[in-house]
Design a protein around this ligand. Sequence first.
Ligand SMILES: Nc1ncnc2c1ncn2[C@@H]1O[C@H](COP(=O)(O)OP(=O)(O)O)[C@@H](O)[C@H]1O
Ligand SMILES: [Mg+2]
Length: 187
Amino acid sequence: MNKPENSYCNNDISNLPFIGQGGQGKVYLLPEHKVIKVFNHKSCCTDQLFTLQVATHSRFFPKVYDYDDYSIIMDFIDGIEINKYLKKHLLSKKLALELVELIREFESLGFKKLDVHLPHIFVQLDESIKVIDPRKSFKEIQPFPYNMLKGLRNRGSLKTFFEIVKSEYPGIYLSWRESWDKIEREI
Ligand SMILES: Nc1ncnc2c1ncn2[C@@H]1O[C@H](COP(=O)(O)OP(=O)(O)O)[C@@H](O)[C@H]1O
Ligand SMILES: [Mg+2]
């Protein structure tokens, strides 16, 4: 028997509050602080599911509760997108170090893409962060967080960020700074 048209993981999404959408799919609110993300393509769903499963013990990612070929049920992530947050707040030391920890976490999880776009980073009340929508984490090779740095630059926070990283993680500072300067020189 074919599955009913709007049914994903046994949820009729036509009755669920819509939260948002991007290029890959639509996200709806579920009870118990969860969401269901319905993907346009099976391959995108498989790719994201794989990453979230690898990251299942990471404090930075939503936990997965159920999935099917086209959808994933995961935690609802509270907070505000960091690009919006930085319009009203200066980049604090805590937040800057959270960003470094996030990229270090990507690395220790074995990701090949050590990068993330600011709208996918959510700042919590205590200024810890969480990420949504990891894409091609194992397929794309990006050894430093170019898009994250570009986002911080666009928010006027890159100088502060680099100063904090320089004093706390001098090795990471040198490596990211060098990669950033090289790309910026080429543009
Ligand atoms: N786990 C989540 N918790 C809260 N909001 C979410 C969650 N996942 C997605 N969203 C919201 O839905 C929007 C689209 O989700 P996203 O995963 O980025 O979709 P796409 O892959 O299509 O870009 C996000 O910008 C965000 O506002
Ligand atoms: Mg997205």
